[in-house]
Write a protein that binds this ligand. Sequence first.
Ligand code: QAP
Ligand code: CO
Length: 184
Amino acid sequence: MILDVLVEPDPRLHQVSRPVEKIDDEILEILHNMEETMYAYEGVGLAAPQVNIFKRLVVMDVEQVREGAEMEEKAVSVPRKAIKLINPEVIWACEEKVAFKEGCLSVPGHYADVVRPAEVKVRYLDPKGNICELHGTGLLGVCLQHEIDHLDGILYLQRISPLKREMIAKKLIKAKKSADDPAT
Ligand code: QAP
Ligand code: CO
């Protein structure tokens, strides 16, 4: 089932999500729906609070953003498979910082450079309950940090310059107003 994605400004996006205590059918179903939702909206990552579920769950698929002909070949030959992370935590971040242009399904149509550690190590549970570790660099590293931020109620807008944040915030409010009231 494709779920509705919350769009900023929405106080629910700033809520802290709770750890998952037991991986049961409900959790697996949520992860499945999150995966469908991410693909439906052509995202590379989605965190549960973005779909109004305040549990520490993330789905990601950074493969689909690979560019060029090679990618098209892969896209048909390799079925898409999202990584599903339960209770993910950054357990190590490198000193070196890099800027990366980020977007977010909860901030549609806006992109901005965000400075973050270039590499991170993340520990999480997979859907079978195995403890896993992922070393992320490049887009994967950025995406892991961006999605884990969502679980703490943090949007990338909170990590950019206040001036740029204000500009995007105003546009988002305007967009919401005209969506609520198409006459104006
Ligand atoms: C987070 O974001 C991310 O505005 C995932 O109109 C983004 O999937 C991590 C999207 C960039 C690393 C780098 C955004 C889709 C998708 C939009 C997304 C839009 C349609 C964002
Ligand atoms: Co996001």
